[in-house]
Every structure is written in C-alpha cells, then in structure tokens.
Design a protein around this ligand. Structure first.
Ligand code: SF4
Length: 428
C-alpha cells in the first residue's frame, strides 16, 4: 500500500521562499530571478508545462515544496494527462511493484512524446520492470541481515546506515530500496523505531559516522529532521552525519533557506546527492546545490549507471562536469543493483569500465567518481578499476596510462629478481 503523505501536518509549516507572482503571458521572459540564492530560477520548459497543466497555479504554490508533494503524479489517470503513454507504459503502470510518484516539477522535465527520453525512463515504468531475471532479489545487498535495530544497517565497523523514512517525492524505477519505498508495511519508521536505532548508536561507541537515508530524509518536515539531528549530535562518538538525498534534483523547492539554516547548525554534515543525467542539472537544481554549498555543506554525488539512460561516455562526462560546476564532487558511480525487475537497467561491467576509462585522464580527477559494485550478499562496496599496474618486479612497476601507453616507475619495494620487461612482453 502506498504511504500517504500528510500535507495537513502542522509541523510542516515553514517559510517558503516565494518568487513574486507573474502573469502567464510574461512566463516565457522569466528565465532568471534576480539572485539564484533567494529565488528559484525557472527554465522555459517548466513554464510551458505549467501553462499546459497547472495554468492557475501561482508561483508561490509551484515553489512551495508542500504543494509539490501534495500534487505528485501517482496514478495512471494523472500520468496520461501529461504524457502520451505507450501501451507498454500503460500496462506497466497498471501492474506496479514500486508505486508511481513524480513531483510536478520533475514531470515538467519529462518529454511528453518520447518514451526513450532518459529522465522519463528513470521514473515511468515499462513492462520489463515486471519480469524477474536470474540473480535478482528484493534485498540484493542483504541489508536486512545486517540490521540490529529497525531501519538501521550496521555493515562497516565505524558507520551505520539509518533508513529514517520510506517516503520519496519521486520514485526511481531502479531503486535499490524498492522493497520499502512507498510501502507502509516495511521498516515502519515512527518515533519508537527511531528511538531504538538511536539507542543502538549510543551503545556502540565505534560508530563515528551516521548516514541518514531511506526513502529520502529531506522529505521529512524540518522539525522532525531537526529533532533527529539534535539527538545524533548529542552522541559524543558520532563525529560525522551524512544525508543521502535526491531532493535537489527532483524537488529543489525543498531546499529552503529555513532548511539550510537549520542543517548548517549540525556540522560536520555532508550531503550525498543522487543524480542520474545532465538534464537534471536545471537552473533550479543548481540553485538548490548552491544554497547548500554556501551553507558550508560538502556535497558529493551518487550516480547509478543505467542502460539507455546514462551509459554513454559523453553523457557521463557531461553529468560529472556539470556536477563540478554545481560544486558537487562526483563521489560514486554505482553498478545498478540486481533488484527485482532491473535487468533492463543494468549495463555490463565491461561497459562501465569503458565509461570510467573515458573519464579518467580525459577530465579533471575531481570529476571522476569511484566506480563500484555494492556486492550482492552484503559484501559492501568494491571499487572497479581498469588494469593500471601491468607488472612489477626487478625494482620497477610498469603502469598503463589513460591512453594505454606503458610507463615505468622505480619501485623500491618491488626488488624481485625477475626483470619487469619480460612480464611486459607477456601483456603487450
Ligand atoms: S531517491 Fe533513492 S530511495 Fe528514493 S526512489 Fe530514488 S533511488 Fe530509491
């Protein structure tokens, strides 16, 4: 059953930054507000979408994240009004495992007529999602096996993953946590469960790093988030708090000044932003990242490698360079987890390595993320690297650069008798 969002919750009320109302006839002229820091700019495709589908919605409502959540597209009928759906998409939406959820803002970025458009593919299901392929499972990372308390995953010695909500504003069709996202029955994450998870963190002094995830933690009201951060900050051995979120890409209106002012009280606080494609880096999304960065919050990115969406070197390069411009450090490039119904999203590792190779050396090192597989069965993240150490021995290491050329490094720890050049001959 889909979890219902409670827009009537009074704790949600806060000051939303509201750009001035503008008559629709002026819409096409409004591409930037005076300061990106205080106003969310609105690109022309979003204006067009609004004129077509929400013509009477004032800017103050469109830029209110509560309004965006209240007006999410969650049904076939709503989706049919904004997109020309294929029969296959209609069939898939009628037989969903993971609920449909798209904010009006993100819907404005979808191509109404092209079912192959990258952003549309990432949030609108197709029937291949309903097929189960070998090796797929609902919890491929075995998170529930490493869960000492509700919503808590303790896999690595010094850090825990804390799933604080199972709600997302926009549901990605390839979601690793599709077993819980949008489902009321899994890992019920009320205050009672939070208290148990916090008690576990308090009792385990080796935990110095807490990653809040879900679902999307930034869909929580400010007051709940503040309560949680205050509790975690009061634990002496918790040095770092991180938040994993897709909000700046799917609901940038949520990054209000009030939110940012609250978050910056809890440094060191880091944010990992889930982004998929350069088309997500709209003026609004970049403005949201800018607000966070200006508050001193270090920003990293997490990108899932997705077939037909971003599995081209040119697309990935554009995304990583765009993130750098938005002051987001590319952090992880994930091989897609084998969740149920994900075969059509998964690329070969060979292709992933080729894309990684195309980034390495061809753009600044800061723009190259770590390419990893989160090992099925709970093995944790394992980096994937192209072969760069070709051979070692005889006092030298032979290395292959990004152009495939071989170079020698004099290595004092590799004093084997065998000369290296023989090994080079074997690999040439
Ligand atoms: S934002 Fe993350 S948790 Fe939410 S649906 Fe997308 S992948 Fe899943």
């Amino acid at each position: 059953m889909e979890q219902s969002f409670d827009p009537g919750n009074s704790s949600l009320s806060e000051n939303i930054d509201e750009p001035p109302d503008q008559p629709p006839s002026l819409a096409k002229h409004i591409t930037f507000f005076p300061t990106a820091i205080d106003r969310f700019p609105a690109p022309s495709n979003t204006h067009r979408f609004r004129l077509l589908h929400f013509p009477f919605i004032a800017d103050k409502d469109w830029n209110d994240w509560h309004w965006q959540l209240k007006n999410r597209i969650t049904t076939l009928g709503q989706l049919e009004k904004i997109l020309n759906l294929t029969k296959d998409e209609v069939h898939a939406v009628a037989n969903l495992r993971l609920p449909l959820s798209i904010t009006p803002y993100y819907a404005s970025l979808l191509h109404p007529d092209d079912p192959t458009q990258s952003l549309r593919r990432s949030v609108v299901p197709i029937s291949r999602e309903l097929a189960i392929s070998p090796g797929e499972s609902a919890d491929p990372l075995h998170e529930e096996d490493d869960s000492p308390a509700p919503g808590l995953v303790h896999r690595y010695p010094d850090r825990v993953l804390f799933l604080v909500t199972n709600f997302c504003s926009t549901n990605c069709r390839y979601c690793t946590r599709s077993r819980i996202v949008g489902k009321r029955s899994r890992c019920g994450l009320g205050m009672e469960q939070w208290e148990k998870a916090i008690a576990y963190i308090e009792q385990n002094p080796q935990i110095r790093d807490v990653l809040l995830s879900g679902g999307d933690p930034l869909t929580l009201p400010d007051t709940r988030l503040e309560w949680l951060l205050t509790r975690l900050r009061s634990i002496p051995h918790v040095e770092v708090i991180r938040i994993g979120t897709k909000i700046p890409m799917v609901l940038p209106q949520r990054i209000t000044k009030a939110l940012v002012n609250m978050l910056k009280r809890f440094h060191p606080l880091w944010l990992s932003i889930h982004c998929t494609h350069p088309s997500e880096l709209t003026e609004e999304a970049v403005a949201a990242c800018s607000r966070l960065a200006n508050a001193g919050i270090p920003l990293g990115s997490q990108t899932v490698l997705l077939a037909g969406i971003n599995d081209e070197a040119a697309v990935m390069t554009k995304l990583m360079q765009g993130l750098m411009r938005a002051r987001v450090k590319p952090y992880y490039l994930y091989q897609c987890d084998p969740i149920v119904g994900s075969a059509h999203f998964r690329t070969s590792v060979k292709k992933g390595l080729e894309i990684y190779e195309a980034l390495r050396g061809h753009t600044s090192g800061y723009a190259v993320p770590n390419y990893v597989i989160d090992a099925p069965g709970g093995g944790g993240k394992i980096p994937l690297l192209p072969e760069t150490v070709v051979a070692m021995g005889g006092g030298e290491v032979l290395l292959k650069n990004y152009q495939g050329k071989i170079f020698s490094y004099p290595d004092t720890s590799a004093m084997d008798a065998e000369p290296c050049l023989r090994v080079l001959g074997a690999v040439a």
